[in-house]
Write a protein of this length. Structure first.
Length: 623
């Protein structure tokens, strides 16, 4: 086994070095292209966008003989007109595309109004034979495009959050201060009062008892550690890059919708993390196994949906493993390396071409932590996460208060823009679409992943951890993301010119916004991003391992196989350009929502029972 792992490790190092050294299309890119062709259907299905509204323009495109002569004899030629229309001459034809509409939309459909000039229409482009183009000829067309497009996965996430908010009577608001008190330890003594533990806590199906002590064990980590372990996976690049993309697309008004989404997400997080504790398994040695796999299997069996529960649990386990390797691993280390390389000189950096070395160091650090399981992970995250959040929020507040005279105007922009067409598009597309694709809806509420970390908490009351978990979207989205948005608004980085940014560019935009007030902060932000990536990876390794153990058993061999593979993917992620692989893993993260949300809705009454039991225990203890 050891020889096999060493050989695999050496192979990955060789592969990583090769992908960095070659100037041509590397083997990693060839693999990526083949993988993208094979999995594109799945990614397309998960990230299918539903069009809303329509923008239409009637226009005339004037043509002359110069258009057909622009192609060089040895190849094709492209140029852009003053109207933003792209002309491409090739194969004795003129191709016209990128036709701009009002609202900076690009035409996706074209209708030919005049029949004088024959043209072949394909979606948002036209093709005209050179022989048909005469001086002063023109095309009368009607060009249109959807006003905005929204990923379909947005709807179950938001509608589910609204349902849970209403069903639990605004638990995200009225339970807020109770949640803070639980984290502070105010109600810890309740877990030691055996007389207050209700009956009926045994596992459906005869497994180990979940929410009460098993051979002296109640869990593995404290409420605070469980919260930081889950936060470490959610507070990250989405808070920096996702917000920058959002406000660039939708303006300051996008911030309002981001806050609303965070507040609603608190209810979803409460439900899934309560269920995670209620239906967890605790081994005789105290090791906890929990998450959607278990509440889908056991909870739905209680409801009489045994077959459905098993199918949904297996699907979730597969999705969480795939998500842990890509979005929770390779993407994190890849983006961290890009920022470190940029801050140290870009192409002139001493790290340029040595992504594999950066990945190797990160893999070793990740391996040291994750070998110890959730207890070791929690001991690291309960120090890193508060440090990251405090540093980031403090820097944000510094920038905001240095420009205190602009605070009122910033909030005016947020509220005035919230209901403008640009603001709505930014809120829906920018935050709840662009942002959540990379940050799993910023806080992963409804995805189900966080319930895996929260399941390991030391408690006899499932709802106590659900209450703690509802703080997570508040910290991640309402607090940290809003701080980022305010910095970008105040420093003037909310412009449509930045709307096409990718994640790495968006991080640099945010870095530049901080630099305008704190010259040395980009270096601090780089360290923070590396820590964000590191903490996300160690938490996602735990999520993926839980799915792995559900499918392949709880043996040490299965455990170390997963953890070694995970560490090898860290090296590959830093060294290779695996866009399709990461896109596929992102799709798997959002696919987790499908089985999870079905289970949450069906099991909501069980959560209500747990909430009542815990609130009664608090009242009895006060009495």
């Amino acid at each position: 086994m050891k020889k096999y792992l060493l050989s695999l490790f050496a192979l990955v190092l060789s592969f990583s070095a090769y992908t960095q050294e070659t100037d041509e299309v590397g083997i990693d890119q060839k693999i990526d292209q083949a993988f993208g062709s094979a999995t594109g259907w799945f990614v397309g299905a998960i990230f299918y966008q539903i069009p809303f509204g329509e923008v239409e323009n009637d226009m005339t495109i004037n043509l002359n003989v110069n258009n057909k002569l622009s192609a060089a004899d040895n190849g094709d030629s492209t140029y852009i007109s003053e109207k933003g229309i792209a002309y491409l001459s090739k194969n004795d034809s003129l191709y016209i595309s990128n036709i701009s509409l009002s609202g900076d939309q690009i035409a996706e459909n074209i209708e030919l109004k005049s029949k004088d000039l024959p043209a072949k229409i394909t979606g948002g482009s036209l093709a005209i034979a050179n022989s048909d183009i005469k001086n002063n000829s023109s095309l009368d067309i009607k060009a249109s495009a959807p006003f905005t497009k929204v990923f379909w996965v947005l709807f179950p996430l938001i509608l589910g959050a609204i349902f849970f908010t209403i069903y639990f009577k605004l638990i995200n608001i009225r339970g807020f201060f109770t949640s803070i008190n639980i984290v502070r330890g105010k109600y810890d003594e309740i877990d030691h009062h055996e007389s207050l533990v209700g009956a009926g806590d045994s596992t459906p199906g005869g497994d180990a008892i979940e929410t009460i002590a098993v051979e002296g064990h109640e869990g593995e980590v404290s409420h605070f550690q469980a919260l930081t372990a889950a936060l470490s996976a959610t507070v990250g690049l989405g808070n920096i890059a996702g917000v920058a993309i959002a406000v660039s697309i939708g303006g300051a008004g996008a911030t309002f919708w981001m806050i609303v989404a965070g507040l609603l997400g608190m209810a979803s997080k409460f439900v899934e993390c309560t269920l995670g504790v209620k239906y967890r398994d605790i081994e005789a040695d105290g090791t906890v196994y929990g998450g959607p796999m278990y509440y889908l299997t056991k909870g739905l069996k209680e409801k009489g949906f045994t077959g459905l529960g098993k199918v949904l649990a297996v699907l979730f386990a597969i999705f969480v493993i795939g998500g842990s390797f890509g979005g929770g691993n390779m993407f994190q280390v890849n983006q961290a390396f890009q920022l470190v390389e940029n801050i140290t000189g870009g192409e002139n950096s001493f790290l340029h071409g040595y992504g594999w070395a950066f990945g190797l160091v990160m893999a070793i650090l990740v391996g040291i932590v994750i070998i110890g399981g959730i207890k070791k992970i929690a001991k690291v995250t309960d120090k890193i996460v508060p440090f990251m959040v405090v540093i980031y929020v403090a820097a944000s507040l510094f920038v905001i208060f240095v420009n205190y005279n602009m605070i009122g105007d910033a909030f005016a922009q947020i509220f005035n823009g919230a209901f403008s067409p640009e603001g709505v598009a930014g809120g829906a597309v920018g935050v709840l679409v662009q942002g959540f694709r990379r940050a799993a809806f910023s806080n992963e509420a409804g995805i189900g992943s966080a319930s895996i970390a929260h399941s390991a908490v030391k408690t006899k009351y499932a709802a106590s951890e659900g209450m703690v978990a509802l703080l997570e979207p508040f910290i991640d989205t309402v607090l940290v993301c809003t701080m980022t948005a305010l910095v970008l608004i105040i420093t003037g980085n909310v412009t449509a010119a930045n709307a096409g940014l990718n994640d790495a560019q968006a991080i640099l935009l945010t870095s530049g916004a901080f630099e305008s007030a704190i010259s040395w902060f980009p270096y601090v932000l780089t360290v923070a991003v590396v820590l964000f990536a590191f903490s996300s990876m160690i938490s996602w390794s735990y999520y993926g391992f839980q799915g792995w153990s559900y499918l392949f058993g709880r043996t040490k061999k299965a455990e170390y196989t997963y953890k070694v593979i995970f560490c090898l993917f860290v090296i590959v992620g830093a060294a290779a350009s695996l866009g399709s692989v990461i896109g596929f893993s992102d799709a798997m993260i959002f696919a987790m929502m499908v089985p999870n949300m079905i289970g949450l809705v069906i099991l909501a009454p069980k959560v209500k029972e747990e909430l009542k039991r815990y609130m009664d225990a608090i009242k009895s203890n006060k009495a």
